[in-house]
Write a protein that binds this ligand. Structure first.
Ligand code: FAD
Length: 317
């Protein structure tokens, strides 16, 4: 079922959902199940599964190094299908522009359709690890908007190189990313909102936000989005701080601000167990306020460990 249908059916009740990351190649899918199992009691109508970009690896050839490309965490669509069948919930595979040609994307979408996956998240992806700026893949999309358009075209039977008349067109519900504190490359929040509107106009059905730690930033973002004509549901993304290093890492990687009270509370912790508890308590307060304001879904970034998400959900749902 589509995410937008789940939201409609909830009739104003806030839903619980979360995002997981595929295990590193060679590890077992059981690890994922072990993290999903404790969260199922909160009845997530859908679970997102991220996609990781390709990376360079250097193979030692007796002193000389061969540069090769690999994917450390493949298997997003396969994991989505397994989860749908094991738990009977919808899944949302993340699709990236970076690292994929349009043809490869088309094949992934055909797989999704055959597997009964009704939702996809359309994202540009970041620069590769060794690169400073995002470089579009040859034959791929430059911005998420193009990807949204490609996915939407399939609903009309428009494939890349042919139009196919059929009664069995895919009709994906498409999510896109939004940034309450603006995307790091955007010259301003207003300009970023215009780009978000373009994604919605191209066919996106809902928005999931980047993490934020100050709810006012989210409320202002939603207000500005509405003023810019963006009418689709906007789902807040919540990440509980888990280790002290997040104080430097999160602002550096995502260009987001952390509230001083949160920084002080984390600074006062003597170990990461205490930090994890602070992160949980902060996320509970954030979640309660967002829920009281009627957000359609609270979407948690689980980052592979679910104990903190469970502790939050127990207090909020
Ligand atoms: P876009 O919407 O394409 O925007 C990228 C930048 O370009 C923005 O600054 C925008 O303002 C600007 N822009 C857009 N259109 C134009 C234009 N026509 N001309 C000039 N500028 C333009 N990354 C992963 O690798 N894997 C994941 O699974 C993943 N999941 C995510 C889930 C969520 C909820 C979020 C918020 C992010 C996720 N990301 C993921 C990160 C995402 O890929 C990065 O933030 C990426 O840098 C931008 O992606 P986007 O889809 O927002 O890009």
């Amino acid at each position: 079922m589509k995410i937008t249908e789940h939201i409609d059916r909830a009739k104003g009740e806030t839903l619980f959902s979360f995002e997981i990351i595929p295990p590193v190649k060679g590890r077992s899918i059981q690890e994922l199940y072990d993290n999903i199992d404790p969260l199922m009691e909160f009845k997530p109508p859908f679970i997102d599964v991220t996609t990781s970009r390709e990376e360079y690896v250097y193979i030692d050839k007796g002193g000389l190094y061969d540069k090769k490309i690999t994917r450390m965490r493949p298997g997003t669509v396969g994991i989505c299908s397994s989860i749908q069948h094991k738990y009977g919930v919808d899944t949302v595979p993340h699709l990236l522009c970076g690292g994929f040609t349009k043809e490869e994307t088309e094949y992934v979408l055909v797989d999704c359709h055959y597997l009964g996956i009704d939702n996809v998240m359309a994202l540009r992806g970041d620069a590769m690890k060794e690169e400073k700026y995002f470089r579009p893949t040859e034959g791929g999309h430059t911005y998420a908007r193009g990807l949204v358009q490609q996915i939407r075209n399939l609903s009309e039977g428009k494939y890349l190189h042919e139009t196919i008349e059929t009664d069995d067109c895919s009709d994906f519900c498409i999510g896109v990313a939004g940034y309450p504190e603006k995307h790091l490359e955007a010259p301003s929040l207003q300009s970023d909102l215009k780009r978000l509107k373009e994604k919605v106009d191209a066919g996106a059905d809902y928005v999931v936000t980047q993490m934020f730690f100050d709810n006012d930033k989210f409320f202002e973002f939603v207000k500005a989005a509405r003023e810019n004509g963006i009418k689709v549901p906007i789902i807040p993304g919540i990440k509980p701080i888990a280790v002290k290093r997040h104080l430097q890492l999160l602002p550096q990687v995502f260009r987001i601000d952390l509230p001083q009270d949160l920084i002080d509370a984390v600074d006062a912790c003597s170990n990461n167990k205490e930090v994890r508890q602070v992160g949980v308590e902060w996320a509970i307060q954030q979640s309660k306020e967002l829920k009281a304001q009627g957000v359609p879904v609270l979407h948690y970034y689980s980052m592979g460990k679910s104990d903190n998400i469970k502790a939050i959900a127990e207090n909020v749902f």
